[in-house]
Write a protein that binds this ligand. Structure first.
Ligand code: SF4
Length: 439
């Protein structure tokens, strides 16, 4: 097989957050528009793309593991091209090729969408591109994920520089898509039959395009498109405004789910993390959300073992979690990311203690999640059917307005439909429901 065999097919593996999923969909659409065919199995692809994440070391290790497999496979198929794009490409640049010479192209976070050009003609000229700056942000067209759901990125990068976080370094300064562009992307998806769109940004609440802030943007999307269900992700407690709560209270097409990372219940630790709010401010937002909205599901991110975290700081996190009663939480133990401010702090909580703290926190949240889910029993949730469950073809998996997974007997229910389901039972992570008539 010759080294110069033409590239006809491609495969994309996506790591990390929903913003990467959104970018992979856009990239796949532009490769397809250039005549390349997407294949489900990397073994059938002439171009293998990894859209990567640098938030945790593990995510990077997994990519290196996959690259190791590919180098063996490339020996038999020398024409295959390998591209690493996104956060890891941005962070490592040339070093990535030094460490993994089987990689042909390294395109950083702002260069991802140049892959079709690079593959199409200029092979070898710019194998590594990591300069920041999109020439025209709004040339990036959002593409639906599935026939019924899509993500629309509203801003890229982040200006917050939380001391533990690598994102501002690998994604650059916050830049926003124009409000009209976002409305256009949502309208196009709605016209194509998409029923649920999630607006994405590292901190959606700091969105501002001229005089349009994030609540104004939601209002525009609701008023100027027919999208039945609208979500957003991620919120930042320092920027979530009463105006946002107000529009959520008024607009039933904005799904009643808020993902609001708390990280720690200790003001001292929050300050050291550079989060820009106190636990009391956070509590106040939760009180307002629950007071103004008839129903709201609140999820969070929590981190244990941040440098200098004492037993007392940790107890304050447990106490906050016990009081606030999250519907669900992503929980992590701190690990240093090179290049961040926190890298200079002593990583002084022993690994053994971090593990113990994380275990206890997970146990606590599991019992709270169970209790919160019991409250759903008897409610009717309009749920978007996303496909069959992992375990059985006879069971469908759907997502409630509050972003909870609900399982229901298939019985003719179709993927992509929004159906009323009465919740009949619940465990800590999943609801179980039955189909009822529309109410
Ligand atoms: S808000 Fe903080 S944690 Fe979130 S992406 Fe920005 S720097 Fe990272």
């Amino acid at each position: 097989m010759g080294k110069h065999k033409a590239i006809k097919t491609f495969h994309i593996s996506t790591f990390g957050c929903q913003m990467n999923l959104a970018d992979s969909s856009t990239l796949a659409a532009s490769l397809t528009a250039r005549g390349y065919r997407r294949v489900a199995d990397a073994g059938d692809a002439d171009l293998i793309v990894f859209n990567t994440c640098s938030v945790r070391e593990k995510a990077e290790e997994r990519v290196f593991g996959r690259l190791g497999e590919i180098s063996r496979f490339k020996k038999n198929k020398p024409h295959v091209r390998v591209a690493v794009v996104g956060c890891m490409a941005q962070r490592l640049g040339e070093k990535l090729i030094e460490k993994a010479p089987q990689v042909d192209y390294v395109l950083g976070t702002d260069r991802v969408f140049e892959l079709p050009d690079v593959v199409g003609g200029n092979e070898g000229v710019s194998r590594v591109m990591t300069a920041f700056g999109h020439e025209n942000m709004d040339a990036i067209e959002a593409e639906k994920e599935t026939p019924y759901a899509g993500f629309v990125t509203i801003s890229r990068g982040c200006d917050n520089y939380c001391t533990y976080c690598i994102v501002p370094y690998v994604r650059g300064k916050e830049r926003v898509h124009a409000a009209d562009h976002i409305v256009g992307c949502v309208r196009k998806m709605a016209d194509e039959g998409v029923v649920e769109v999630t607006l994405l940004g590292q901190n959606v609440n700091s969105y501002r395009d001229g005089g349009v802030d994030f609540p104004d943007l939601l209002r525009r999307v609701v008023d100027k498109t027919d999208i039945p269900r609208l979500r957003y992700m991620t919120s930042h407690p320092k920027d979530l405004s009463p105006k946002l709560i107000d529009i959520m209270a008024k607009e039933c097409r904005i799904m009643p789910h808020v993902h609001l990372p708390l990280q720690s219940g200790s003001d001292r630790v929050l300050e050291k993390m550079g989060r820009g709010y106190t636990i009391e401010h956070y509590r106040q937002i939760i009180r307002e959300l629950r007071r103004r909205l008839d129903y709201v599901s609140i999820t969070t991110d929590l981190m244990v073992g941040f440098p200098t975290e004492t037993d007392d700081d940790y107890e304050q996190t447990l106490q906050a979690v016990g009081e606030i009663q999250f519907d669900a939480a992503f929980m992590f133990r701190y690990s240093v990311r090179p290049g961040t401010v926190a890298e200079a702090y002593p990583d002084d909580v022993p690994e053994r203690v971090k593990i113990q703290r994380l275990r206890r926190l997970i146990e606590l949240q599991k019992s709270i999640g169970f209790e919160r889910n019991q409250r759903e029993v008897g409610r009717v949730c309009y749920s978007l059917v996303e496909g069959t469950s992992r375990r059985s073809e006879d069971i469908m998996r759907a997502r409630t307005e509050g972003n909870k997974t609900v399982l229901v007997r298939a019985d003719g229910i179709e993927t992509g439909a929004v159906v009323p389901l009465r919740i009949t039972a619940a465990d800590a992570f999943t609801l179980h429901g039955e189909r009822v008539e529309s109410q």
